[in-house]
Design a protein around this ligand. Structure first.
Ligand code: SF4
Ligand code: SF4
Length: 350
């Protein structure tokens, strides 16, 4: 059995932002104590493919944990490669020096070309310039893995500008991600997300613009159906498709919540167990033997138009979670795919 290539652990639910699309809608703080966190990390290190895989520390905002450096040092001693996903606000010189020493990569979530758009999305004012400075510091220290940009109705017209801006300060990779109907974005999904045709047009524009960008930047789009859109633009496509997670990551990645609940992906609507209660050998098997996961991994179960789509084996129907929540079926196409029939969308999400 192949081990997971990516494990995402939300180290805390606490956050210093208040994003309109947050996947957490609970106010209650969820966080394990330090000793339990060490136990959890030991288990994770036995589940992860240590040679090729990564542990991603996310949140909430992971840097809000006072013991984050202890957790990272412990994980590195266990042989895990680490990426921290941060909103960028707390990336001061001392934490960046620590990341350098421990060879930790950084992903920064950043999704606006102006301070006012940033404030409207992230629910704070005054942080924008600091984050841009911190992005540049990470680039200077060669710590930045990627900028992660969530595409919303509010910022879709700024996406080409954000890409340009990031390329001009030396960012090597930007990842465009789309909204998932979860937390605050469950009921508000169609208010917050571009429509499928708006999204499709934007992605085409991104591909076209990328051919003329002055500064080089890799552009990744996490949506599996991007293959369909990008097919004719050879240099902006999901390179290395086989190993890249979230095209779709189910069956290759594992999500662990702040309290140890495990899911086949971050946005999956239910948990399949708790890592603290399972033996190491049971953890990954619990995911792969889940009936819903087995069905999702069987592309023959997909309905039209995926069934006959030439991208089916790469795309696997797009985002399965979004399909399920917005259509009520695990086998209908992702409603954000330009080929999907809009009549499959339920009036209310599941
Ligand atoms: S029709 Fe289905 S398989 Fe084809 S690109 Fe769209 S979501 Fe993917
Ligand atoms: S179901 Fe959607 S969010 Fe989850 S791994 Fe697949 S594409 Fe990503």
């Amino acid at each position: 059995m192949k081990k997971p290539l990516l494990i995402v652990w939300d180290v805390t639910s606490r956050c210093n932002l208040s994003c309109i699309h947050c996947r957490r809608d609970k106010k209650r703080v969820e966080e394990l104590g330090k000793e339990d966190s060490f136990t959890l990390l030991e288990k994770i290190s036995n589940v992860l493919d240590l040679e090729r895989g990564f542990l991603v520390l996310s949140g909430g905002e992971p840097l809000l944990r006072r013991d984050i450096t202890d957790l990272i040092s412990f994980s590195r001693d266990l042989g895990m490669k680490i990426i921290v996903i941060s909103n960028g606000i707390l990336l001061d010189d001392s934490i960046l020096q620590f990341f350098e020493r421990k060879e930790v990569g950084v992903d920064i979530s950043f999704d606006a070309a102006t301070s006012s758009t940033y404030g409207s999305i992230r629910g704070v004012s005054g942080a924008y310039e600091r984050i841009v400075r911190n992005v540049m510091k990470c680039v200077e220290r060669d710590l930045l893995e990627s900028i992660i940009t969530l595409v919303l109705k509010l910022n879709m017209n700024e996406i080409p500008l954000i890409i340009d801006m990031m390329a001009s300060v030396g960012v090597n990779r930007i990842i465009l991600d789309s909204l998932k109907p979860m937390g605050k974005a469950l009921e508000a999904y169609w208010k917050l997300s571009p429509s499928p045709s708006e999204y499709n047009m934007l992605l085409k524009r991104v591909c076209e613009n990328s051919l003329e960008l002055e500064d080089y930047i890799d552009i990744y789009v996490l949506d599996p159906f991007f293959t369909l859109i990008s097919d004719k633009y050879c240099h902006t496509t999901l390179r290395d498709r086989e190993s890249y997670i979230c095209g779709c990551g189910i069956g290759r990645a594992l999500y662990v919540s702040p309290l140890g609940d495990i899911k086949p992906c971050v946005f999956f609507p239910f948990t399949v167990g708790n890592i603290m209660e399972l033996e190491v050998e049971e953890v990954w098997n619990t995911v792969l033997s889940n009936d819903v996961v087995k069905n999702i991994l069987n592309v023959n179960k997909l309905e039209d138009p995926c069934k006959r789509c030439k991208y089916r084996d790469i795309c696997r129907g797009g985002c399965r979670v979004r399909a399920y929540i917005l259509t009520g079926s695990w086998f209908k196409p992702d409603p954000q795919c330009p080929l999907a029939n809009p009549n499959t969308i339920r009036a209310k999400p599941i």
